[in-house]
Write a protein that binds this ligand. Structure first.
Ligand SMILES: NC(=O)c1ccc[n+]([C@@H]2O[C@H](COP(=O)([O-])OP(=O)(O)OC[C@H]3O[C@@H](n4cnc5c(N)ncnc54)[C@H](O)[C@@H]3O)[C@@H](O)[C@H]2O)c1
Length: 441
């Protein structure tokens, strides 16, 4: 049943009093922590998700992200402030709806905006005057005004009058122990000033600092600039690693020396390649949009080229390191440590570890992997199950290959007993080892 329509003033009051009903579409790494924060401060929150499996698990009190401990989820469920559902009809009863669905790439590396479109259509088809809708999914500049707004206008919505629409990019860093939803400043750009104000007011209930910008496009592009910045700087660090190897000097020592400069420099470190749902993907949302505007985003393409070449480079490092010990990759026992795209998480989306393991297997290596967060992976159609990390396995491996620097691994012990370590994350930095035993990027 639809609740009676509310005006902007009503909505302002309901947000300030925290009696507004908040709906969050997509209960993934982004949507779930956000839902928990709104529920924690007193809002009634519904988490909408199309995955029945995810909804069932959440309602049973099991969390899939390190940012939401199971006891916090259970507390919100028990308090009756949070519920997950696949039934989207409840969207009509929400005063504020926040969309946090995936924005992946197609095989062609063009944006796949279909999840956003489907989610927005679901909200628009149930539109009632007085609703606030916010898009958080990372996307190309123009999405909110060019794609979302017309869907609602077709239903009689007038932005800034009886409907409020804004973009506010998600910046969560899953597994980051320092920065969480509350302490990561939020950028908000509404279609009108009233839209910006209402969206900012909503976020101020759960986030310490909210920055209002003049349009959704600014907010959309700010997020892309952040991620392109990171992508390009990682590519630069990766290229430095290739150059330092030719000069036979330590990349890490060079970067750490440069980082002693207290202004104008930010350290980024090389790695086995870019993974995850953001840094590897988002820049293409911008380059695609720019291509439509007759402009080739050169930095984005160069950074992608360098970052995408890192898995091959890592395989070369392993091959060389084994060769120096008179082994060849074929039939060598390689123990890969970590397959998640970054430390402390279970997320293997776009993880370079998968490509590296596939390439090594292709060359005949006998690859096993350990990852306390990822029980199994599929490589070229074959299911590999994670092994427990034991001293025996480390000693028996021809090469231990560190691909993700999970905090659970005892790197000192690994360096002590492994015959050979190739470290793509600098997890063993500063640890004493006989010459040639540890090869770092
Ligand atoms: N994960 C991150 O670290 C991160 C950080 C910043 C921004 N983002 C951005 O946030 C967005 C969401 O990312 P995520 O990591 O949370 O994704 P995710 O895959 O973890 O979660 C998305 C959820 O949305 C659900 N879903 C898909 N379509 C739906 C629909 N039509 N209706 C309801 N539910 C639907 C999926 O079942 C899934 O549970 C993306 O645009 C991403 O780029 C992610």
């Amino acid at each position: 049943m639809h609740e009676p329509a509310v005006t902007a003033a009503d909505l302002t009051r309901r947000i300030a009093e925290r009696s507004a009903r908040v709906g969050i579409i997509g209960q993934g790494y982004v949507g779930l922590p956000l839902a928990m924060e709104f529920a924690r401060v007193g809002f009634a929150v519904t988490g909408f998700d199309t995955s029945l499996d995810r909804v069932t698990t959440l309602n049973a009190g099991r969390s899939h992200t390190p940012d939401v401990p199971a006891d916090a989820l259970r507390a919100r469920l028990d308090a009756g402030r949070y519920q997950a559902t696949t039934d989207l009809s409840g969207l009509a009863g929400c005063d504020a709806v926040i969309i946090c669905v995936p924005t992946p790439l197609r095989k062609s590396k063009d944006p796949d905006i279909s999840f956003v479109v489907v989610a927005a259509q679901e909200v628009a088809s149930r539109f009632r005057p007085g609703q606030l809708v916010i898009l958080e999914s990372t996307t190309y500049p123009g999405t909110t005004e060019e794609l979302l707004l017309p869907l609602f206008e077709a239903r009689g919505a007038r932005a800034g009058e009886n409907f409020f629409l804004a973009f506010s990019p998600e910046r969560i860093d899953p597994g980051n122990a320092t920065f969480k939803v509350r302490t990561i400043p939020k950028v908000v750009g509404g279609v009108t000033l009233a839209c910006t104000r209402l969206a900012a007011l909503l976020y101020r209930q759960i986030v310490e600092r909210v920055s209002e910008v003049s349009s959704p496009k600014i907010a959309e592009l700010a997020k892309l600039y952040e991620n392109v910045f990171r992508n390009v700087n990682i590519a630069l660090a990766n290229e430095f690693a290739l150059m330092c190897r030719r000069l036979d000097i330590s990349t890490r020592e060079v970067i750490d020396a440069a980082a002693t400069k207290p202004f104008g420099f930010l350290p980024f470190y090389p790695g086995p390649g870019i993974g995850g749902h953001c840094i590897a993907v988002d820049p293409f949302y911008l380059s695609w949009k720019m291509r439509l505007n007759g402009y080739e985003a050169r930095f984005i393409h160069l950074a992608d080229e360098i970052n995408a070449s890192m898995p091959t480079y890592v395989v070369e490092l392993v091959t060389e390191a084994l060769n120096r010990r008179r082994h060849c990759v074929n039939a060598s026992k390689i123990l890969a440590l970590g397959v998640a795209y970054k430390r402390g998480v279970a997320d293997i989306r776009e993880s370079p570890a998968l490509e590296i393991i596939a390439r090594l297997r292709d060359k005949g290596a006998d690859v096993a992997y350990a990852d306390p967060h990822v029980p199994s992976i599929v490589v070229d159609g074959t299911v590999l199950k994670a092994v427990e990390l034991t001293d025996e396995d480390v000693q028996a491996a021809d090469c231990v290959l560190i691909l993700t620097d999970h905090p659970e691994f005892d790197y000192r012990r690994i360096v002590e007993i492994a015959p050979l370590v190739v470290d793509t994350r600098n997890a063993t930095h500063g640890m004493a080892a006989p010459a040639g035993r540890v090869v770092a990027l």
